[in-house]
Ligand binder design. Structure first.
Ligand code: HPA
Length: 253
């Protein structure tokens, strides 16, 4: 079963025919909102808005463990995580949609593992490739089939937020090799891996990162939201295509 986690600018899926909403309780607390079960083009999918219904939960307060655990309890095996970013690399201008292949974690103080209790033995997951390469390749082709481009690489810097970065911080992230910056990439990706769920992120670029392009002196939040509205329409179409193809074998599509 495929789940979509929506981020800023994607609190609901317009093209989703909702069949039921389910309140789920997990050992880690409640997810950001009841899980939304529905269909797109007759194919089942679960939707969860990471920041809650009214976009009220900031990145550092999202209960990532409850969100991923709730999806796992419902039999989710694949997650498409939509997470908006600021573009650091010049190729990642507002309006571009990218699927990063790597991540650097700069967050702190977030509950970032299921293996910290006394009841479970310590486990060190392999995280060499944090985003599932098969999903990324599959989704790149799905997007192509409807005339969309998903850039299939990039290094995501996960910052703590909720404030945006300084220009000097962006310079540092760039020296580290990061090409895009967002606040929700971690620990979500690692938790999915801990539970054996295939996970990849779809990252619409909302703005030039601080100190870059038209964000040289400031990031205009209103412009950021306006950019996102346009890009999210394209993201919704791409997601519809992913859901439509999900469950079909390669030679059936
Ligand atoms: N920085 C961090 N997170 C973001 C940005 C940004 O510039 N844009 C959208 N999410």
């Amino acid at each position: 079963m495929l789940a979509i986690i929506g981020g800023t600018g994607l609190t609901q899926l317009d093209n989703l025919e909702i069949t039921r909403r389910l309140i789920v309780r997990t050992p880690y607390g409640e997810p950001s909102q009841p899980l939304i079960f529905g269909k797109i083009a007759g194919r089942e999918v679960i939707f969860l808005a990471r920041h809650g219904n009214g976009h009220t939960i900031p990145p550092h307060e999202v209960n990532y463990r409850a969100n991923i655990s709730a999806l796992h309890l419902q039999g989710v095996t694949e997650i498409a995580a939509v997470a908006t970013v600021g573009g650091i690399h010049t190729d990642l201008a507002p309006g571009v949609i990218a699927m990063p292949h790597q991540i650097i974690d700069y967050t702190h103080g977030r509950k970032n593992t299921y293996f910290d209790g006394i009841d479970l033995p310590v486990k060190h997951i392999d995280f060499t490739e944090p985003y599932c390469p098969e999903l990324r390749d599959k989704w790149e082709l799905a997007a192509k089939s409807i005339g969309e481009t998903l850039i299939n690489h990039g290094i995501y810097a996960a910052t703590q937020g909720p404030r945006l970065e300084t220009a000097a911080e962006i310079n540092r992230l760039e020296r580290d090799g990061a090409t895009m910056v967002g606040m929700t990439g971690m620990p979500e990706a690692a938790l999915a891996r801990e539970l054996g769920i295939s996970y990849a992120a779809i990252c619409p670029v909302a703005n030039h990162a601080a100190g870059r392009g038209d964000s040289l002196h400031a990031i205009q939040y209103e412009d950021l939201v306006e950019n996102l509205n346009q890009t999210m329409t394209r993201v919704r179409n791409i997601i519809a295509e992913l859901v439509k193809r999900n469950g079909f074998k390669k030679n059936e599509v």
